[in-house]
Write a protein that binds this ligand. Structure first.
Ligand code: ADP
Ligand code: GN1
Ligand code: MG
Length: 352
C-alpha cells in the first residue's frame, strides 16, 4: 500500500490511509497527508471490470471533458497523476489503482434528507446527461458489456440456478419464482432499444444517491462520482436506478421489509426534476421512465439474488446473507411499483 501511495504525486506525505465509503464494488480509501490535503484512493475491482485499462481511459476522458465544461472545479472529479505522469497505476500484481482529489465540504447521502435533496439529485443527473451530449460516445469502452440488458441478465441468472454451487437456491425458491415469473416484463426497454424506438445516449448507469456529493453548505447536488459505468445507455436506466434507491423508504439492505415501501411522492419529485433537466427527451423516452424504474429494480433484485446463489463473488458483503437481504428489498419495491404502476405512468405521461 505504501509503495502504491508513494507512486502518486500527492501534496505532502501520507499520514493515514483508511477504508472509506459505502460503495459495493471498488476498494476505496481516504488518504490524508501531513499538509492536511485529502484524497480518495481506489483499487479497481477486476472481478467486475475485466478491462480496467479501457475503464481508466473512459474515466480519464470523461473527467477531463467535464473539467473543461465546468468553471467550478468541485463539480467534477480530478484524477491525481502518478509521479511518472500517468493517470493510474498498475502495481506489481497487476492491480489497477487511481487517486482523486477529495471533494471537500461535501456530504454523501445514503438517503435523501428531504424531498428537496432528491429533486436536486434529479437535476444533477439530468445536467450530467446534458453535459455529455457532445461527448464522443464512440470513444467509450463498454466497461461491462450488456450491463443493463435485463434479458441477458436472465440468461446469466438461469445459469447460476443450474450451477447452484452452494445449494442456496433451495432456500430462496419464493424469491427465484418472483424473478422468473417477470421475465416477459423485463424485456420492455431492450426490445425498444433494439427496435430503434429508444435512442442511446451517454448515461451514467449507476445513479444511486450515494454516487453524488452534495455541497455541505448550500445542500446542492454538486458532483457526480463513480464514473466507472459511464457508457452508451438509455435515459430510463439512469432514471430507474435513482428511483429504486432513492424513492424507497428503507435502506437497500433493510431486514424489516415493513419499512421498505415505494414512495410515490419522492417518485413525483424526482420525475419533475429529471424530465425538466434532461435535454430534448422524446415522448417515447418519457414514456419509458416508469418502466426503467420497475425494470432496473427487478434487475437489481435478480443481480443480488444471483450473487447470493453464486456465493457472493461480485458485491462486497458485511455478513453472510447480505445479498439476500438486498434482493428482498428490491423484490418488495418491485411489488409496490406493480401495484402503483398506472399512477407511475400517468405522472410521466403528464410531461408529454
Ligand atoms: P464504488 O464503485 O465502490 O461505489 P465510489 O467511486 O462510488 O466506489 O466511491 C465510494 C464512496 O467514496 C462514495 O460513495 C463517496 O462516499 C466516496 N467518494 C468517492 N470519490 C470521492 C471524492 N472524489 N471525494 C469525496 N468522496 C468521494
Ligand atoms: C453497485 O459501485 P456501486 O456501489 O455504486 C453496482 C450497481 C448496483 C449497485 C447496487 C459496477 O454500485 O450496478 O446497482 O451496486 N455497480 C456495478 O447498490 O456493478
Ligand atoms: Mg458508488
Amino acid at each position: 500500500m505504501e509503495t502504491v501511495l508513494n507512486s502518486f504525486s500527492l501534496n505532502g506525505n501520507p499520514i493515514s490511509c483508511e477504508r472509506y465509503g459505502e460503495g459495493h464494488i471498488n476498494q476505496t480509501y481516504l488518504v490524508v497527508t501531513d499538509t492536511g490535503k485529502r484524497y480518495i484512493m481506489q483499487r479497481l475491482n477486476q472481478v467486475v471490470f475485466k478491462d480496467p485499462k479501457g475503464l481508466m481511459e473512459n474515466v480519464h476522458a470523461v473527467t477531463s471533458f467535464l473539467a473543461n465544461k465546468y468553471d467550478d472545479p468541485r463539480r467534477s472529479l480530478h484524477l491525481v497523476p502518478t509521479k511518472d505522469g500517468a493517470s493510474w497505476l498498475v502495481d506489481e500484481e497487476g492491480h489497477y489503482w487511481r487517486v482523486y482529489d477529495f471533494v471537500e465540504d461535501t456530504v454523501c447521502l445514503q438517503k435523501a434528507r428531504s424531498p428537496e435533496d432528491f429533486r436536486n439529485s434529479a437535476s444533477a443527473f439530468g445536467d450530467f446527461q446534458a453535459a455529455l451530449l457532445d461527448f464522443p460516445a464512440d470513444s467509450l469502452t463498454e466497461t461491462i458489456p450488456n450491463f443493463h440488458n435485463t434479458p441477458s441478465r436472465y440468461v446469466q441468472f438461469k445459469e447460476s440456478l443450474d450451477k447452484n454451487p452452494l445449494s442456496r437456491a433451495e432456500e430462496v425458491k419464493e424469491e427465484i419464482e418472483f424473478i422468473l415469473s417477470r421475465e416477459a416484463d423485463a424485456s420492455y426497454l431492450q426490445s425498444r432499444l433494439e427496435g430503434g424506438v429508444l435512442p442511446l445516449r451517454v448515461t451514467h448507469n449507476d445513479t444511486k444517491l450515494n454516487n453524488i456529493l452534495f455541497d455541505a453548505k448550500s445542500e446542492d447536488a454538486l458532483c457526480i462520482i463513480d464514473l466507472d459505468t459511464v457508457m452508451p445507455g438509455l435515459v430510463a436506466y439512469d432514471f430507474g436506478d435513482s428511483i429504486r434507491f432513492g424513492a424507497s423508504t428503507g435502506a437497500e439492505d433493510e431486514k424489516d421489509l415493513s419499512k421498505v415501501n415505494f414512495d410515490m411522492e419522492l417518485y413525483k419529485v424526482f420525475a419533475d426534476g429529471f424530465i425538466k433537466a434532461c435535454p430534448g427527451l422524446s415522448a417515447e423516452e418519457i414514456r419509458s421512465l416508469p418502466y426503467g424504474a420497475k425494470i432496473i429494480t427487478l434487475e437489481n433484485a435478480l443481480r443480488f439474488l444471483m450473487d447470493y446463489i453464486d456465493g457472493d463473488p461480485y458485491y462486497q458483503i458485511a455478513y453472510p446473507d447480505h445479498n439476500l437481504d438486498r434482493a428482498r428489498t428490491q423484490i418488495k419495491l418491485v411489488s409496490d411499483m406493480e401495484d402503483q404502476f398506472e399512477e407511475m405512468k400517468a405522472v410521466c405521461e403528464a410531461y408529454i
